[in-house]
Design a protein around this ligand. Structure first.
Ligand SMILES: Nc1ncnc2c1ncn2[C@@H]1O[C@H](COP(=O)(O)OP(=O)(O)OP(=O)(O)O)[C@@H](O)[C@H]1O
Ligand SMILES: [Mg+2]
Length: 445
């Protein structure tokens, strides 16, 4: 569009200027020819051809536009000219002057471009006539100068225009951009990114004001939520700790006190059994078997409540025990891979939580999965403890999990309280995998 405009403008200017300059050129040429026609007779009649030649040469040097000058006699023969290498062919016939004519102007094409040839009689043709040839080359040079100026000016104006439009666009879009950045920050959970639009009173300013108000309310709600979440986590930690302590106490009580008492009863029954008559002995045998069975169940209960091996020997022996127990009890094949250093030891609450998570995962497998094989892997990768519990059971679709089911939620909560992350990967028919990632620096002793 701009190029077209520049083209049209320079064409118009070129045509107008060229026409005017051509007229000027003709007037100039005519004035040179007339003054030469006035001066020439003195030289012609005194046959001072050298002087005449000097006159033509000096006149030609006065103006670059003069291509040639000739003085011709009445017959049209050249008396003298500025051509050093002869008159170009056909030039003489191009412009002749008739008696009574004040001047004659012809325009023709030459190797140097358009030439205006002006002929003026000397003493009414009695002493011949003068011909002055003016080239338009100077006009062309001048016109291309104008064209260049137009192009440069247009470019300068266009760049200025572009620059001004850029500044204007920036001024218009910058507040919106700042608003957009703030919205993005809020989207990513940063509520401190207020929009600062000093003194802007237009619609964008109002929008920014409303946004900042909303941000302040959001920030307040978020702070309250964070505070509540902190309290919830602290409470949960305390509940879990208290629960573990309580389980430990009950487990010990069951194992040590009640278990010991039952074992004493068992020994006494065995003793009594030997002293009873044959026909009454079977009654005591039944009681003895029942007592032995109760002791077994009591041990099981104590173990599931809180295995003493966890407190005495640590997580890994406790896991090994648990796995053995689960294999015997549910007929599962559990491949246990403990790729950990032999002195591996975690903080107490981390050991309890990991034990509970494995216990819940194995309980779920026994209760829901209908699996035959389980793979349990502990390893360290990039400063993280990785724990995977995978089964080849029937799997399940993760959503929606019933509100009554608290096992999975409990697992997730325990791991997140330790600063880790728990993922459950499962699909119906494809088995289930519980994957835990725990930064070691959070849990190591
Ligand atoms: N390994 C698994 N294989 C198949 N389904 C599973 C497995 N683990 C969990 N599920 C499914 O996910 C549901 C939720 O498990 P979750 O442990 O939260 O609850 P629950 O075992 O039903 O009850 P509880 O609160 O006593 O643990 C289960 O009811 C079961 O349908
Ligand atoms: Mg469960």
């Amino acid at each position: 569009m701009l190029i077209l405009l520049v083209g049209v403008v320079s064409l118009q200017v070129n045509t107008a200027v060229k026409k005017e300059l051509r007229e000027q050129l003709k007037i100039q040429g005519l004035s040179y020819a007339e003054s030469l026609a006035k001066l020439a007779p003195d030289y012609i009649f005194t046959e001072n051809y050298y002087g005449l030649y000097e006159l033509l040469s000096s006149t030609r040097l006065q103006n670059q536009a003069i291509a040639y000058i000739m003085i011709l006699d009445t017959e049209g023969n050249v008396i003298i000219s500025t051509f050093s290498e002869g008159i170009p062919e056909g030039l003489l016939d191009l412009n002749r002057i008739k008696p009574g004519q004040r001047y004659s102007i012809r325009t023709f094409n030459s190797s140097e471009g358009l030439i205006e040839d002006i002929a003026v009689p000397i003493l009414n043709l009695r002493a011949g006539y003068v011909r002055v040839g003016l080239t338009e080359q100077t006009i062309n040079v001048f016109i291309s100068g104008i064209n260049r100026t137009i192009i440069w000016l247009t470019l300068a104006v266009s760049f200025l225009g572009l620059f001004i439009s850029y500044i204007l666009a920036y001024l218009i879009t910058s507040p919106l951009n700042r608003l957009r950045h703030s919205i993005k920050a809020v989207e990513q959970g940063n509520f401190n990114q207020e929009v600062r639009l000093f003194g802007l009173k237009d619609e964008v300013g109002e929008l920014a004001y409303a946004f900042n108000q909303m941000l302040a309310r959001l920030k307040q709600a978020n702070d309250e939520l964070m505070q509540k979440e902190k309290q919830r986590q602290m409470l949960l930690k305390k509940v879990i700790f208290a629960q573990e302590e309580e389980r430990k106490r009950i487990s010990r009580e069951l194992h040590d006190e009640i278990g010991q008492a039952l074992t004493s009863i068992l020994i006494s029954l065995k003793y009594l059994e030997g002293h009873l008559p044959e026909e009454q002995r079977h009654l005591l045998t039944d009681i003895r078997n029942l007592t032995a069975q109760t002791i077994d169940e009591l041990k099981d209960l104590a173990l599931s409540l809180r295995p003493s091996v966890l407190d005495n020997l640590g997580l890994l022996p406790a896991i090994k025990n648990l796995v053995r127990h689960w294999e015997n009890r549910y007929g599962l094949t559990i491949n246990l891979h403990l790729n950990l250093p032999s002195n591996f030891k975690l903080r107490n609450e981390a050991e309890s939580s990991l034990y509970r998570v494995v216990q819940e995962a194995l309980t779920n497998i026994a209760r829901h999965a209908m699996a035959s094989r389980v793979r349990l892997v502990f390893r360290i990768k990039n400063e993280n403890l990785i724990l995977k519990i995978a089964d080849n059971g029937r799997g399940f679709s993760l959503n929606p999990v019933s509100e009554k089911s608290l096992g999975l939620i409990g697992m997730i909560e325990r791991i997140s309280l330790l600063g880790g992350n728990l993922q459950i990967l499962s699909k119906p028919g494809k088995g289930t995998m519980v994957k835990i990632q725990l930064p070691l620096k959070e849990v190591i002793l």
